[in-house]
Design a protein around this ligand. Structure first.
Ligand code: PGA
Length: 249
């Protein structure tokens, strides 16, 4: 089987009006000069999707949304449909990020509905999972993540590409990461479970690690078995740092 192309995704979160487009331009120029081994995706705030898409025309960098609504259209003030993201040029969308699960009370059932909406719109969902520090300390990390996985997969799992991102809540933006052995163990559980559900889709799904990925730790994390790429927050806002992570593949 041909190995999967590593996937490095940048999540700008609610940042980017001031300098991120300039950073994206610098990143695109650097990657054009020396094409990377990895597929690169940038997920800006929804208001910047189209502008970023225009800036990246002709490059190999794809764009994605950070969240989507389950419905196609209707009376959902403030929401953005997956179809709208696709219309703005997105090919991916993050769903179930812990900043949505924790801060906005999103359940795994809602995350599954959002992932189904992404597939309906032709987007690849990046489904985020991850345990809290309390669950990590009580030895429940694998169980929590496995349950989230079971409950967050879209209806169409098996028929289309999905991407899973393991992001321990306590590692996001904190500078802390699990040990390499802990990351490897969770990724192995995720891969095993996906393959039990559907062996070909389970094999094809990319499983990313996210949470304080930096140029200094990216190489070791990306070299682990069952780790197919990274979901990068803070370090994706600086072209030099993000490029160093991309080159670590
Ligand atoms: P971080 O964020 O890289 O800043 O820890 C990762 C994420 O939230 O996706």
């Amino acid at each position: 089987m041909t190995p999967k192309r590593p996937l490095i995704i940048g999540n700008w979160k609610m940042n980017g009006v001031a300098t991120a487009l300039d950073e994206a331009r610098a990143l695109a120029a650097a990657l054009e000069e020396k094409p990377p081994a990895a597929q690169v995706v940038l997920c800006p705030p929804a208001t910047l999707l189209e502008r970023l898409g225009r800036l990246l025309v002709g490059t190999d960098i794809e764009i994605g949304g950070q969240d989507c609504a389950p419905a196609v259209s209707g009376a959902y003030t403030g929401d953005v449909a997956a179809e709208m993201l696709a219309d703005a040029g997105a090919a991916f969308v993050i769903v179930g990020h812990s900043e949505r699960r924790v801060d906005h009370g999103e359940s795994s059932a809602l995350v599954a509905a959002k992932a189904s909406a992404a597939l309906r719109a032709g987007l690849t969902p990046i489904i985020c999972l991850g345990e809290s520090l309390a669950h990590r300390r009580s030895g429940e990390a694998e169980t929590v993540v496995a349950n989230q996985l079971d409950q967050s997969l879209p209806d169409g799992f098996g028929a289309a590409d999905v991407c899973i991102a393991y992001e321990p809540v306590w590692a996001i933006g904190s500078g802390l990461t699990p040990s390499l052995a802990e990351i490897g163990a969770i990724h192995r559980v995720i891969r095993g479970r996906l393959m039990e559900m559907n062996s070909s889709a389970g094999q094809a799904a990319s499983i990313l690690y996210g949470g304080s990925v930096q140029p200094a730790n990216a190489g070791a994390i990306l070299a682990l078995d069952y780790v197919d790429g990274a979901l990068v927050g803070g370090a994706s806002l600086r072209a030099a740092d993000f490029e160093a992570i991309i080159r670590a593949c």
